[in-house]
Design a protein around this ligand. Sequence first.
Ligand code: FMN
Length: 259
Amino acid sequence: PWGIQLFGRDPDDFAFAIRRLLSEPLYRTSSFIDLNMGCPAPKVLKEGAGCSLMRDSQLVSRIVEAAVRAGSAFGCPVTAKIRSGISADAINAVKIARAIEQGGAAAVTVHARTLDQYYRGKADWQVIGHVKEALSIPVFGNGDLELPGDLEKMRSLTGCDGFMVGRAARGNPFIFRALRGGSAEVSTEEWLSVMIEHLDASVEMLGEAVAVRELRSHFSFYLRGFEGSAHFRRQVMEPTGRDGVVQILREAARRREAI
Ligand SMILES: Cc1cc2nc3c(=O)[nH]c(=O)nc-3n(C[C@H](O)[C@H](O)[C@H](O)COP(=O)(O)O)c2cc1C
């Protein structure tokens, strides 16, 4: 399954974007549309979008209703992602999550940090538990999941139905099996083949030029943790085509294997 996330402020914009996207065969295969109500980036907040929406629960309801109406015409569920609140003295995840549920969303993800925490400090998982208690739709917990055992800890504290992993997955898609108790070891062969698969899938979806540009930041995370890796992080910024990137990844794999 895969999903598309949208940010914005105007309910009609969301509905328009959803209809437009789901009319395209490529995007029609999306399993859900997620509404971003948690982004703290200044350029997003400036538009009144992302986490700004958490200041206005009535607007949240109207956005979700409009999005759900648009999605349901294509049989596509709508979900939303929120934060704990705006600040430590304005924790309102429960109120916003209720508005999202009443608007007809299929699930909510809670990043258990406030807007003014940005990505700093520790996530307060208790807020996820409060949202879970208040809602009947599935609640996904997010924030600081990175080590084996973390899923069990979050589930026992919050009762959440599922999990979302952010930063720990950058350049490390292997984390999903490690969090589930599988091996954290990644052979160089697997590492290389997953990087190439990531690149090729992105080329298929975005076209070569855009994919190569967008994946540079991902490769700068993949290419860590072995002697000499800084050299490859610099090199992978250069190529503009898929084959040039693959050549550097293969060289990096030879170096990683030789150590
Ligand atoms: C560079 C960066 C970009 C992000 N972009 C998005 C985004 O587009 N949509 C979203 O819902 N969350 C986004 N997030 C937030 C993560 O999904 C997640 O909520 C947050 O990092 C906390 O989870 P973590 O502690 O597992 O990283 C982004 C985070 C980072 C660091």
